[in-house]
Design a protein around this ligand. Structure first.
Ligand code: PEP
Length: 255
């Protein structure tokens, strides 16, 4: 089944709103509009940049999408510091990362909370990019497939098959994030294939064949080609390399 690749740049806690404008302009200038017929490109800036990015994307009718890096499980209320699904939807966000390993590790996010956030995003028409991935010890113990598929199933708990079909999954081995140690294409494909097989078992072949599964972890222009060439890898979630406009657009062009 043909799945359109997606390259999403996770800016993490980098770039203020002026720097965000400069980077989006650089990407827009470097990637011709016809490129978007083949590959979807999204940027995921910090919350404070979203309004600036929205203004630019809407004003110039850019084909690039944008989204956020987190969403509250609640719609509104006394949740100081949080940002809700309706707020992201109102700003035109297409995507939101949920369950990124940095949020699981630094903010103690559990699979249960991740599941609530996935539901909150879907409820408001924002596509969750559900991140799963194993720590180094888990891989060394040979438990990586069981670990990541369990995160996947828990993260999607309670969703209908047609909702699951719209979700994006990102396989991001924790040991590869921000370390410069990229998974080999064979290792990345093994896990992405196992994730798709788990989707097929629970939600059927059609859903599994529709869902985009990205790889993330030290993706750069020099390694993206061999990663996305794998049958079950439908693009990349890119951290560090998405902050450099030249590198990011080179990477997109090779995806
Ligand atoms: C990420 O933060 O999702 C990520 C993949 O980071 P990096 O590309 O820097 O490893």
């Amino acid at each position: 089944m043909a799945r359109k690749p997606l390259v999403a740049g996770n800016w993490k806690m980098n770039l203020n709103h002026l720097e965000a404008i400069a980077l989006v302009q650089k990407i827009a200038f470097a990637l011709p509009e016809k490129y978007y017929a083949k590959v979807d490109v999204a940027v995921l800036p910090p919350f404070t940049d979203l309004r600036s990015v929205q203004t630019l994307v809407d004003g110039d009718k850019l084909s690039m999408s944008y989204g956020a890096q987190d969403v509250s499980p609640h719609d509104s209320g006394a949740y100081t510091g949080d940002v809700s699904g309706p707020m992201l939807a109102k700003l035109g966000c297409s995507f939101v990362t949920v369950g990124h390993s940095e949020r699981r590790a630094i903010h103690g996010e559990t699979d249960e909370l991740v599941n609530k956030k996935v539901r909150a995003a879907l409820k408001h028409g924002v596509t969750p990019i559900l991140c799963v991935g194993e720590e180094l010890e888990v891989r060394e113990a040979g438990e990586h497939l069981a670990h990541t598929t369990a995160q996947l199933i828990e993260g999607l708990k309670g969703l209908k098959a047609e909702q699951v079909a719209t979700v994006v999954i990102a396989y991001e081995p924790v040991w590869a994030i921000g370390t410069g140690k990229v998974a080999t294409p064979a290792d990345a494909e093994e896990c992405c294939k196992a994730l798709r097989a788990a989707l097929a078992e629970k939600y059927g072949d059609e859903v599994a064949g529709t869902v985009r599964v990205l790889y993330g972890g030290s993706v750069k222009s020099g390694n993206v080609g061999e990663l996305v060439a794998a049958e079950n890898i439908d693009g990349a979630l890119v951290g560090g390399a998405s902050l450099d406009g030249d590198e990011f657009t080179k990477l997109c062009a090779l995806a």
